[in-house]
Every structure is written in C-alpha cells, then in structure tokens.
Design a protein. Sequence first.
Length: 131
Amino acid sequence: TIITTTPLVALTTTTGVVITVMDSTTSTTSSTRDILFGSVDHTTSYLANNSAAVDQAMAIGSGAALEDLAQMAHIDQRDRVAFYEVMHAHRTALSELLNAPDFGQEQAIAMTQIITEAMARHEQLASYVES
C-alpha cells in the first residue's frame, strides 16, 4: 500500500526548541511502524534535523540531544546515564549512519537497531526493549 501525505509534525525538545517538519512524503505503511524513539518518520525527521547536536552529544556522552532521545524512548530519569553511556560507546557506528550523505529511514532504522541491541545487552536498560 502506498500512502501519500503532507504531514505537519511539531516537536518540542527538552531544550524548548520547537521543530516543525512539513514535507510531502510517499511511503509504504511499514514506515509508520513504531521503533524505540517513536514512528520511523518521527525518528528520521528528528535525527535528520538534529544530526550535528546528536553527533556532538554522542561524542561527549551527554547533552540536550541525548536527553531528547531518552525522552522519546521513555527512558526513566534514573536510567538516563546508562542510556548516554550506551550511545557514547556506540558513537562510531551511529555517527557513520547519521552522517551518511543520503540519510533517511534506512539509516534511522539501522541506528535504532544498534541502540536497541546494545540496550538489550545492558542489565539496567534491557527492560526498555524486551518484547
């Protein structure tokens, strides 16, 4: 099934920045499935629009962009340091995907898979990704 829509997405980050994405897209229904950070479209839009901030936050292991991602994944405050550590530990592979010249849904899903697998192996974070 092919769906053509003109979505208007407004996100408020933890830093108070409102991100508005207005775009005409054509996608299959599978692109709307939920992943760790919300829908594939939402995750892709956030990562594409905040790639520099996410990249920098992963490099240092903290920052507003990681706080945003933790909030999007519904990570409890008490578990956020562990989440930041996972993001920092996998920053090389994640940054390569994030900085791909053709960044899109495929890269966002691949990033989410890396993070989800790492969280599943982390004792403190495994409960967030168990089925």
